[in-house]
Design a protein around this ligand. Structure first.
Ligand SMILES: [Fe+2]
Length: 155
């Protein structure tokens, strides 16, 4: 088992303990979905795919742990730091990068660094691919169009 799987075990445990069964289902779909889209985009953009996959798994964690979305990006970044330090598998520099990607992921209209933008894109892409027929959040529309265009280049 590698360190990504050890993070997944932690996330599995947290999601299984989520009080609301619908939150639990959404948590598995969304967190692991964003982990996959983050890994895919990181490989395409030559960024760190492992750290992107880990950040994806943790980016909304407090939503499912507490069912309280208030300030969830900053709170999930804090929670991610706590969880990753407990595993002892990640350097402080890696934890800082993961936390930064998580902390800024809700600011979809702002522009941040490559890793932070990757996490925003991974989030929007998971929502898009979950059901292409669903109307996107208007704040995500432009980013979503750009991402679907980027993916069409993979054809
Ligand atoms: Fe998300």
């Amino acid at each position: 088992m590698n360190r990504l799987e050890r993070v997944r075990q932690n996330v599995d445990g947290i999601l299984r303990a989520a009080p609301d069964p619908e939150d639990r289902r959404c948590g598995f779909v969304h967190l692991y979905g964003v982990s996959l889209t983050a890994t895919l985009l990181a490989r395409a953009r030559e960024l760190d795919a492992e750290l992107a996959g880990v950040a994806g798994m943790l980016h909304d964690l407090v939503n499912y742990e507490s069912s309280d979305p208030t300030g969830h990006a900053e709170r999930s970044a804090e929670r991610a730091g706590e969880l990753l330090r407990t595993t002892g598998d990640f350097s402080e520099a890696e934890i800082t990068q993961i936390q930064s990607g998580i902390a800024y992921h809700s600011d979809k209209t702002g522009l941040h660094g490559a890793f932070e933008e990757l996490m925003k894109d991974a989030d929007v892409l998971q929502h898009a691919l979950y059901n292409l027929q669903l109307e996107p959040d208007p704040r995500h529309r432009e980013r979503r169009e750009r991402l679907l265009e980027e993916l069409s280049a993979l054809r």
